[in-house]
Design a protein around this ligand. Structure first.
Ligand SMILES: Cc1cc2nc3c(=O)[nH]c(=O)nc-3n(C[C@H](O)[C@H](O)[C@H](O)COP(=O)(O)O)c2cc1C
Length: 379
């Protein structure tokens, strides 16, 4: 979100659904729900420390962190000095991060997302400056500004960056981004790069359950109906809903190709939610939402941050993580010397490398409920 777009919005809360909208002149420019807050990082496009801080202050109460976009290569960002243009203006980039860190309370994390620079040496110099601003985490999209999504991400360059940041000793998480589509990819990428975590973009657009070791299959009967119900309940705009749903794809097990094609054709011709009445089944979005709220309550954010044991990196694949002399505790602790101690509600993405030892077994993976299973044949 471009900083200026947030400045003149008015915040409105829907008394029935709880949806929080930041309304611009003609439409909401940002909507969220309090249930998302523990997981929600708000990304700002900015080329001005003051505007960035003002925008961050507008949304601060509804988010857990502020991220600075230093990677968008599109002219609408770069022509104004935002996004990937910041990569070649490190003074400005760092002044925005410093201003955000100073202005935000400690429980709001400040992070940055960059792309690689053409030379590794320049990338490391930039990373050093960024890390020294006091950020909590750095996401590296493993492409340069001139590379497009069809070009393979240069994941091989990340390991040196991860090790470099580790050596800086500030406990900053490095998150890999680029060409990681699912749980198995994430394991591989972490193994190869040593990154604390991964960011999945297009894979998550295609199947939001891609983070699970058992992602939803037959998205036509599982994901799509649930998404329609929720979108309608929350008053999501039909055309945006349609756009998102049209991108859903996944492995088909019981749904046939013909059924999938029929549903997508109904969707593309649909002029409103009513067009999908046969797809959504008997549940309403309110029931769906209560189910999700219950699942989150039973599996709270801190535990949800834990990765299943199958995610563990094989021994010897990574250099040993820096040992701490403290006795293992049963809760996550802020690593010593960390600049931005993780406060109780921040959900900062930093995970100690030996987190599983500290926490014991993870909770069972939450399965997405698929009530009122829909028979596509009836379409
Ligand atoms: C439709 C679309 C919109 C995007 N918008 C943003 C954005 O607002 N901010 C950002 O940092 N990256 C944005 N990206 C880039 C992704 O975050 C990510 O860096 C890129 O897609 C590579 O990751 P992937 O291989 O997992 O897709 C966008 C990508 C796509 C396809």
């Amino acid at each position: 979100m471009v900083d200026k777009a947030m400045l003149h919005t008015t915040r409105e809360v829907d008394p029935v659904t709880g949806v929080v909208s930041y309304n611009g002149v003609s439409r909401a420019v940002f909507t969220t729900h309090p249930i998302e807050k523990p997981y929600l990082i708000f990304q700002i496009g900015s080329a001005d420390p003051e505007l960035a801080v003002q925008a961050a202050k507008v949304v601060q109460q509804d988010v857990s962190g502020i991220d600075l976009n230093c990677g968008c290569p599109k002219p609408f960002s770069t022509h104004a000095g935002m996004g990937a243009a910041l990569l070649t203006n490190p003074d400005l980039l760092c002044s925005i991060l410093t201003a955000l860190r100073q202005a935000m309370p400690p429980e709001i994390t400040v992070t940055a997302k960059i792309r690689l620079l053409p030379s590794q040496e320049d990338t490391l110099k930039l990373v050093e400056r960024i890390v020294n601003t006091g950020i909590s985490a750095l996401t590296v999209h493993c492409r340069t500004r001139n590379m497009r999504e069809k070009d393979a991400a240069v994941i091989g360059r990340l390991r040196e960056i991860v090790e470099f940041v580790d050596k800086m000793g500030k406990g900053i998480a490095v998150i890999e981004n680029g060409d990681c589509e699912n749980f198995e990819d994430a394991k591989r990428v972490r193994r190869v790069t040593g990154a604390s975590s991964v960011m999945i973009a297009r894979g998550a657009e295609a199947n939001p359950s891609c983070f699970s070791p058992t992602p939803l299959v037959d998205v036509e009967t599982t994901l799509m109906p649930a998404y329609f119900r929720l979108a309608k309940y929350f008053g999501h705009h039909w055309s945006l809903t349609k756009f998102c749903v049209a991108q859903f794809k996944g492995k088909r097990v019981t749904v046939t190709k013909a059924e999938s094609t029929a549903l997508r054709s109904t969707l593309s011709q649909g002029k409103g939610f009513e067009a999908m009445n046969d797809v959504v089944g008997t549940w309403t979005g309110e029931e769906e939402f209560k189910e999700i709220a219950r699942a989150i309550e039973e599996n709270p954010p801190r535990q949800r941050r834990m990765l299943p044991s199958s995610f563990v990196i094989e021994e010897g694949d990574l250099e040993e993580s820096p040992s701490t002399e403290e006795a293992p505790s049963t809760t996550l602790v802020t690593p010593p010397n960390t600049q931005n101690p993780e406060p109780p509600t921040s959900r900062a993405p930093l995970l100690p490398k030996d987190f599983e030892k500290e926490l014991g077994p993870p909770p069972p993976p939450a399965l997405t409920p698929t009530p009122g299973g829909v028979q596509l044949g009836s379409l």
